[in-house]
Design a protein around this ligand. Structure first.
Ligand code: MN
Length: 228
């Protein structure tokens, strides 16, 4: 039997490490991205999926181009870090359960995701592969603010590819926490990637991806050659 398995943690801005329990993602949460993906049902509630926690990589990571895809794509997302347990959390109490926020990238094998969608297969191979969850340093929440009305951007090699505003979310940060807590009990260490604005696109080995949200530490990763 293995002697030990690594613990997944994310650095905290200002010092310390945040231990990660589970990684949840919102499937759709910005109208302009739903439209670019050709999804028709714009008023549907968001749906959730998970990535394995060991898919997390940190700011500065070098991420090998993954196997089993020829269409690796970026999605910049606000990440919520949960600090206290709850189920059926009311919207009005949701911010009390949030410990902090980070910038994340929901790396996606877009070809595999479309294949899963079209063939009604599970999403894991498109969304939940090794190193698919880059997460920047977590900034502790202050004064209940949740970055409503802040710019969210992503640049590849210095060229802006995605630009949105946290205020464009269909479901707000408190609403996401409330809804997910009706489906799964939330616990300290849970992360929630909250969906991406329009402009998603492919990357190739050598590309440097910069993900930014106003008021949060930024996240930079480099895509390297596919491993043999
Ligand atoms: Mn996403």
């Amino acid at each position: 039997m293995p002697s030990s398995i690594p613990v997944t943690e994310v650095p905290v801005f200002g010092g310390g490490m945040f231990p990660v329990r589970r990684v949840y993602c919102v499937g759709r949460n910005y109208l302009d991205h739903i439209r670019e993906m050709g999804e028709a049902d714009e008023r549907d509630p968001p749906f959730f999926f998970q990535k394995p926690r060991d898919a997390i990589v940190h700011d500065g990571a070098r991420v090998p181009y993954p196997p089993f895809t020829d269409d690796l794509q970026f999605e910049v997302e606000l990440v919520i870090a949960i600090g206290s347990s709850g189920k059926n959390i009311p919207v009005a109490e949701a911010l009390d359960h949030i410990w902090g926020y980070a910038v994340g990238i929901d790396l996606t094998r877009r070809d595999r995701q479309y294949e899963s969608r079209d063939r009604k297969w599970p999403w894991e191979m498109g969304k939940s592969f090794d190193a698919s969850a880059p997460c920047g340093p977590i900034a502790p929440a202050r004064d209940g603010r949740y970055f409503k009305g802040c710019a969210i951007t992503l640049l590849v090699n210095g060229v802006e590819k995605q630009r949105g505003d946290i205020g464009q979310m269909i479901w707000s940060v408190p609403e996401i926490v409330a809804q997910l807590s009706q489906q799964m009990t939330l616990h300290p260490g849970d992360l929630i990637y909250t969906g991406t604005p329009a402009g998603v696109g492919p990357v190739v080995p050598g590309d440097v991806i910069d993900a930014r949200i106003e008021g949060l530490p930024s996240l930079t990763i480099t895509i390297t050659e596919r491993e043999a």
